[in-house]
Ligand binder design. Structure first.
Ligand code: G3I
Length: 399
């Protein structure tokens, strides 16, 4: 009797092991594990590479074995996307914009499910490397350039027929120690800035954030290794070197808290005017747009128009909209409206070239590690499932 009971138990065991747990993977290209889910959950397709056991809609036999083709519910059981548009970039381009894009970073590129969505050029027509083109990564020793990390993302973009945005050439942050701890005079530092910007723009062409975050929030110049030695001349040195390296690359200055009219936006506008009157090439201004749910600046469109009137284009370069966690249905709904508001501003301004989100998924957002207790800032959630925010963007792109 005992051995029969044990055999019965053994026979049941594979079934128990075969079923994926709640939130576990249950399908996708390359997946060799179970395609059934434990009771109370069902297998929902996130993308071709990833299906997941989500709470709800069980088939009564202990689980579902059919990956569904999309879901109106996010993987947190919260409201999700119901949009059926072709893809964010496809719709943006059809409406006359150059691209809808996403930032990415090298460590994430081992995540095949993540890369599958990132590589879909109906969703994303442009990539920005979040870190691997920064100074510490590209010139770790003076005069020794390393293009490895940046090239990995450029190659992916080329393979996917996506545009590339270089980020960034001159920034106060993420500098190598040889630069920050050196004691360079103005002539030496001019040559260092010129060599760095000329080399990286000559290597990767397209659009570039040449000058990143030059101002304090009160509109004064940020004190850093560049300004402290060269004054504001570092800006024209960098732009001139970039322009000489590749005249066709779009040269940008990029900053946050310039999205609304105010002293910082005015400082940036004054800089554009002085560069133009000095004959220095400046093509565009990046509105970073790291926002907070429910606190979107009121006059983004008006402010974009003020920049465009100076003879530059604008772009939304680093959009995300964070919230205090945990996310709720109400916060996700507000976030949807907020994404719609921001994207609508760009759509309403002819001189707004395109829009980039600062990574598309909460799984790889910079927000939680920087703002304690905050997150859920991106249009896809941590399980690569579209949130209501996606529908807000889609609605804005469709006009
Ligand atoms: O590479 C090291 C890794 O070796 C180490 O183990 C790990 C431990 O913390 O740190 C890794 O470096 C981190 C790097 O990102 C790469 O992941 C740094 O600590 C971290 O500070 C850095 O954060 C980046 C931040 O810029 C500073 O460079 C974020 O990922 C990136 O999203 C963020 O992006 C900026 C834009 O460049 C400019 N505008 C604001 C935006 C958000 O802060």
């Amino acid at each position: 009797m005992k051995s029969i009971a044990f055999a019965s138990l053994l026979a049941l065991l594979p079934l128990a092991i075969a079923q994926s747990q709640e939130w576990g993977q249950c399908g996708g290209i390359g997946w060799t594990g179970s395609t059934t889910c434990v009771s109370g959950t069902s297998c929902v397709e996130s993308n071709a590479y990833y299906s997941q056991c989500l709470p709800g809609a069980s088939t009564g036999n202990g689980g579902s074995s059919q990956p569904a083709g999309g879901s109106p519910t996010s993987s947190a059981g919260a409201p999700g996307s119901t949009s059926t548009i072709a893809g964010l970039n496809a719709v943006a381009q059809a409406a006359g914009k150059k691209y809808f894009g996403s930032a990415t970073d090298n460590p994430e590129l081992t995540d095949t499910a993540y890369v599958a969505i990132l590589s879909d050029n109906t969703q994303f027509g442009q990539l920005t490397p979040g870190n691997s083109m920064k100074w510490y990564a590209t010139e770790p020793e003076q005069g020794t350039f390393d293009f490895t990390g940046g090239q990995q993302i450029v190659s992916l973009a080329q393979q996917n027929k996506q545009l590339m945005r270089g980020h960034n050439c001159v920034w106060y942050n993420e500098l190598p120690s040889w630069l920050t701890s050196g004691t360079f005079n103005a002539t030496e530092l001019t040559s260092i800035v010129s060599t760095h910007c000329g080399t990286i723009v000559g290597h990767w062409k397209d659009s570039w954030d040449i000058i990143n975050e030059p101002f304090n929030d009160d509109g004064t110049w940020r004190s850093d290794v560049f300004y402290n030695t060269l004054g504001s001349d570092f800006v024209s040195v960098a732009l001139n070197a970039a322009s000489a390296a590749d005249p066709s690359t779009k040269l940008y200055m990029n900053d946050y808290n310039i999205e609304n009219p105010g002293v910082k936006a005015t400082a940036m506008q004054n800089l554009v005017k002085s560069l133009k009157s000095a004959g220095v090439k400046i093509d565009g201004i990046g509105f970073e747009s790291h926002f907070i749910v429910g606190e979107i600046p009121a006059d983004i469109q008006q402010n974009m128009e003020a920049f465009v009137a100076l003879g530059v284009e604008v772009s939304i370069t680093e959009l995300d909209i964070r919230m205090t966690l945990p996310s709720t249905d109400a916060l996700l709904e507000q976030q949807k409206q907020d994404y719609q508001t921001v994207i609508s501003a760009c759509m309403a301004v002819e001189g707004c070239a395109g829009m980039t989100i600062w990574d598309y998924t909460d799984k790889y957002s910079w927000v939680p590690s920087t703002f304690s207790g905050q997150g859920a800032a991106c249009p896809w959630d941590e399980n690569l499932v579209k949130k209501p925010a996606y529908d807000g963007i889609a609605a804005a792109l469709q006009g």
